[in-house]
Write a protein that binds this ligand. Structure first.
Ligand code: 26Q
Length: 816
């Protein structure tokens, strides 16, 4: 027996002993009587112990070296499961598997028992999770701050093809990854009024006397980087009442009143807001935003003052990144803390604030840009509203002093929107209060300069910069696709795991190796078989794993144009029916995604998908050449099963609307080919993998803008020019897919003819043609797999390690 295998055996034995100890002493179960979930918990706790050692080392090191701190403020962290993530990054995956196998426990099975931490809606939340992992991997001293929602994103069920939302209860069986910190607790106040008082130096001071105070309690989750290199903290806040029970009221017999206050306080961290940008429930959302910003700033200022004499050097010691405008009240809150509590003069406080904060924008959609009614702000955060007015006044004064009197310019850069009821523009607040404002793809950053922030950009031409998104390869390649990962390390060496960014491109020559292409195809088939059984199990549809898996999975939104994909689906269906013996490439169209609960159009699109699926899947003339599947409850874990099984990745948003997209990167990294528009990060993917290795179609962002200027959104012309599109319209409109309610889609389709806001019809023919090219290529497997290999080989740049290195170097100044 060699020394290495001895050492390894010892590790396995040690891990097994640790799991048994956890099962006994922490879970309180006898191995004889433990349920599978008990084993999950025991393994998770054993893994967590390994993290804690690294965690403490890392924290001590950060203090010792007084590393610059990076604070990532986000209302969303869409984490998914952590068991494989932790074990894999700690290098314990095989050891753990072996250790528990001998106890008769199967790691693959218990892994499935962990609920997803779904504390986010979609791309923005997932990006925050990828960034946390990359910051640990790169050894940046980072803290994520957010809310510990009791209920994450709703669970999606389908009832008769309609989406139904169900409450998600991820904490029901406890959360083995978190540490409650009952001693880390801050008061958070709302309401009340502001008085002007004169202090002992004769200075006037504003004193906020709040009407209500709650407490924020910290819960910490360690985030381990690749090879356990370093471990950072994700600190999530839970809202608690100041007093658990209002005893006086209770004793006076008011039993309900005594707990109402508790319920009101705790409702702040009850549930994640869905991304529907509608009016409902506004007030609670603003309470959430202020709650977590206020707690996080108190926490990080306290940490700063533990190591420094005062706050004047805050920008040198700390960088705060705002994930969209959701935490942008931080601008006013930091000013309030510096001016009111730490008595720093306004100008100096402003310099510190701008020097510390940076803002990332994730959308140009006007209806998604946050604004808050002035009246609500005044009621909930009266002192902050005053500060916002002051920031605005100083800003506009300084512009006037520089000779800027153009009313349109002043109106555009104002923090207050005057035309539809007075509202505070959080985007402008975040812009002014930050030294850096970044977009998330080259195209998006460029458009920020000419659209939403055009006037502010002219005033601050250095401020807007680009940081193209990335994804963590650990989760989206190593964990999601171990078979492909093994193939890569076999050819390129184990170092690939440490530097995929630079080493992946060494795969390029293998695109010419017949045997490698076959291996590549074999991996895909393997994953497709696994996905086929998930499909069978969850929706009862049998699909052929040899067919092309054509996949569109993401939030359902009109701009993402799931409808365009459906129009193609129906056109293909009609084409197959009219020529059943044609040389059709067999396809499985896979859809998944959630619609915001109040977003009626999006919900109708889900229903339409299921209506089309029922008709197509049961039509014998189609003979299985086309299958349509809507997989319910899309989440991170389902994505990990779907992405390695995709042949074709649908990235077909109206150009100029998808800020970046990140699933586009996950698919291409795993070797799927992309059909897409020149939107978001697709543009840069195209530069990296080559236009020949993607299927690009449709109007460009420039052409879309030209249509906007011409107010050219009617679909009449496109419909009369295209027989195919016209036939599709007639069928959907006339009830071919909704015989139980033939007019279900009439209004929807008619409205589209008049106003096709996202240019679905304008792009239809180009999309059809691109899909024809896809079919042709599918029939030349050598070409297909050559392209697929090149996609994987050329995706290294999209690692979130690259993105984070850019943030650290160019925004945070946090590389040491
Ligand atoms: C706002 C106000 C009230 C309630 C909810 C919201 C809200 C919540 C979430 C608004 C937007 C979001 C999420 C946005 C999002 O996910 N954007 C995506 O961010 C990705 C990461 O940068 C990009 O890749 C996507 O293109 C972008 O759509």
């Amino acid at each position: 027996m060699t020394q290495e295998s001895n050492a390894r055996d010892a590790e396995v034995a040690e891990f097994r002993a640790a799991v048994l100890a956890k099962l006994t002493y922490s879970v309180g179960k006898d191995p004889e009587h433990a349920f599978e979930h008990d084993w999950f918990e025991a393994v998770a706790l054993a893994a967590r112990d390994h993290m804690v050692e690294h965690w403490m080392d890392h924290t001590r090191r950060a203090y010792r070296r007084s590393q610059k701190r990076v604070y990532y403020l986000s209302l969303e962290f869409l984490i998914g499961r952590l068991l494989y993530d932790s074990l894999s990054n700690l290098g314990l995956l095989d050891i753990a598997r072996e250790a528990i196998a001998e106890l008769g426990v199967d790691l693959e099975r218990i892994r499935l028992l962990e609920p997803d931490a779904a504390l986010g809606n979609g791309g923005l939340g997932r990006l925050a999770a990828c960034f946390m992992e990359s910051m640990s991997t790169l050894g940046i001293a980072a803290h994520g701050y957010g809310i510990r929602y009791e209920h994450g994103l709703f669970r999606q069920a389908l009832v008769d093809g309609w989406q139904q939302e169900q409450t998600e209860n991820w904490l029901d069986f406890g959360n083995p990854w978190e540490f409650e910190r009952p001693e880390v607790i801050y008061p958070i106040s709302f309401g009340g009024g502001v008085e002007t008082l004169t202090d002992s130096n004769g200075e006037q001071r504003q004193v906020w006397t709040p009407g209500e105070t709650v407490r924020a309690v910290a819960y910490d989750t360690p985030v381990v980087g690749w090879r356990g290199s370093s471990v950072n903290t994700l600190r999530l806040w839970r809202a608690r009442a100041l007093e658990e029970l209002h005893l006086e009221r209770f004793n006076a017999g008011d039993h309900l009143g005594a707990v109402a206050e508790v319920a009101r306080a705790e409702s702040i961290s009850r549930v994640l807001y869905p991304a529907d940008s509608t009016e409902a429930g506004q007030e609670l959302r603003l309470r959430q935003e202020y709650f977590f910003v206020c707690a996080s700033l108190q926490d990080l200022l306290r940490r700063h003052l533990n190591m420094h004499d005062n706050l004047l050097n805050l920008p040198d010691a700390a960088a705060i990144q705002l994930n969209d405008t959701h935490p942008s009240i931080a601008v006013a809150e930091l000013m309030r803390l510096l001016v009111d509590q730490h008595e720093i003069p306004w100008d100096k406080a402003w310099e510190i604030t701008v020097g510390t904060l940076a803002y990332t924008n994730h959308t140009l959609l006007p209806e998604a840009l946050e604004t808050w009614p002035v009246a609500l702000m005044e009621r909930m955060l009266p002192r902050h509203m005053q500060i916002i007015y002051l920031i605005n006044a100083y800003h506009i004064d300084s512009l006037r002093a520089q000779g800027q009197h153009d009313f349109d310019v002043l109106r555009a850069v104002s923090l207050i929107e005057e035309d539809n009821g007075r509202r505070v523009r959080m985007g402008n607040l975040a812009f002014l209060g930050s030294h850096s404002v970044n977009g998330v793809s080259a195209l998006h950053s460029k458009l920020m300069k000419s659209t939403v922030f055009a006037e502010l950009h002219k005033l601050y031409p250095q401020r807007i910069n680009n940081k193209t998104n990335g994804i963590t390869f650990r989760r989206w390649l190593f964990q999601a696709n171990p078979m492909l990962t093994r193939m890569l390390t076999d050819r390129l060496g184990e170092q690939l795991l440490d530097s995929p960014q630079t080493l992946l491109k060494n795969l390029e020559p293998f695109a010419e190796h017949e045997d490698f292409r076959q291996q590549f195809a074999a991996q895909r088939l393997h994953s497709k078989k696994a996905l086929a059984s998930i499909i069978q199990e969850r929706v009862g549809v049998t699909v052929n794993p040899e067919a092309m898996f054509d996949v569109q999975v993401k939030r359902i939104h009109e701009y993402k144009r799931q409808l365009l994909n459906l129009l193609h689906t129906v056109a293909l269906y009609q084409a197959i029916r009219s020529e059943p013996s044609g040389n059709w490439a067999p396809r499985v169209k896979v859809f998944a995604g959630k619609a915001a609960a109040s977003y009626h159009q999006a919900k109708l699109i889900i229903k339409l998908t299921n209506d089309i699926a029922r008709v197509v899947n049961n039509d014998p003339t189609v003979r299985g050449l086309l299958k349509v599947v809507f997989l319910p409850n899309y989440n991170v874990s389902l994505a990990e099963s779907i992405i390695p099984a995709a042949d074709l990745s649908e990235q077909i948003s109206t150009a100029g609307y998808e800020a970046s997209g990140t699933s586009n990167m996950k698919f291409a990294l795993n070797g799927a080919l992309t059909i897409g528009t020149l939107d978001g990060a697709n543009v840069e993917m195209c530069e990296q993998v080559g236009a020949d290795n993607m299927f690009i179609f449709g109007l460009t962002a420039q052409q879309v803008q030209a249509r906007k200027r011409a107010d050219d959104f009617g679909a009449g012309a496109a419909l009369s020019a295209s027989h195919r599109l016209n036939d599709v319209f007639q069928a959907i409109r006339g009830g071919v897919f909704s015989p139980d309610d033939p007019s279900r889609y009439s209004g929807f389709m008619d409205a589209l003819v008049g106003y096709d806001r996202f240019l679905v019809c304008a792009d239809f023919d180009a999309y059809w043609d691109a899909q024809q090219r896809v079919d042709e290529l599918w029939n030349q497997p050598d070409q297909w797999w050559r392209m697929a290999v090149l996609n994987t080989a050329r995706m290294g740049w999209f690692s979130s390690d690259r993105t984070i290195a850019e943030y650290a170097g160019e925004i945070w100044n946090a590389l040491d």
